[in-house]
Design a protein around this ligand. Sequence first.
Ligand SMILES: [Zn+2]
Length: 399
Amino acid sequence: MAGFEQAWQELAQIGGGGAGGYHRFAWTPVDLALRGWFQEQAARRGMAYELDRNGNQWAWWGVPGPGAVVTGSHLDSVPGGGAFDGPLGVVSAFLAVDELRERGVTPTRPLAVVNFADEEGARFGVACVGSRLLTGILAPDDARALRDGDEVSLAEAMRAAGADPSTLGRDEQALSRIGAFVELHIEQGRGLVDLNAPVGVASAIWPHGRWRCTFHGEANHAGTTRLADRHDPMLPFASTVLAARNVAERLGALATFGKVRIDPNGTNAIPSRVDAWLDGRAPDAETVRAMVDEITDAARTAATGHGVRVEVVPESTTPVVRFGDELRDRITTALGGAPALPTGAGHDAGILSASVPTAMLFVRNPTGVSHSPAEHATVEDCVTGVAALATVLEDLACE
Ligand SMILES: [Zn+2]
């Protein structure tokens, strides 16, 4: 317990915290401090440190090579993020190494702890950049050209942080060493609370996507335009938000409008245009499609009633991830029967699952809140998570 609290406190100092949450963005001075922390943790344990071609950090117990059992997560955060999303997996990974050593375990396969670069995509807009580059899902030129809110490119940001952007791209050598990847992560919902279990195993990541809905109306004076004469795009947008909620509820899916842009955005002006972004998620791709179709129909019907034109354009879609039965069954057995549960959130493990055997452990989150300072796990559950991870690593790395 004290070991966990001490390790946790060291990391908690970096990049904000408190009521405003963490601001830990890729390739900033805060990120460099987090990376320094990782390197220090590797050194303290006598683990060989390595930075791969895509900015991901590795710490090795044993000689790096094929068949390695790899665990870890990410250290970056969303704006105003919680303390646990990402860092819990990295801290737990190092503490699991300590626990294995205390148990007197010597792995027969190499074991590595990893910190994936820029998982949240908070600065450059694309999530899981480090794992997408490693697996070749993201093209190096596209990555280098990504820009942050100040028009700084990823390539420039990496150079400013002392990293080399010219080496980005699918890394066959790094990938071929991974025998299995297990990511421990705080649960981002209340599944384990309902199951009354501290630790669970991921079954799947729901397919999800983003759609831009644009409502074209007519700008006019808020004081002189009769209600009957208006083409106010805000009204069909409002109906669409309510429709999205109803459709999602009926289909057992999730729909969120979390971002909206209004032109001209004046208190005394009827807007000319509303751009709104729909985030849609469901257990399977058919349900996502059906939900977005219904929301689109509702938007069209509402828009017609107000003399407003609407367009719905997909911006990104991510297919379902089903973690392999074989690894999941083995982990579940090693843990003496932990519950399996799906999640609506994306992870590096989801990206890696297309290339290597991958699994995830979730630690209970009593509030179910994530991407917010309210995100939480008890010290007891975190310690249980470390022990579970150590048991899984022991089972996989000591054949
Ligand atoms: Zn995360």
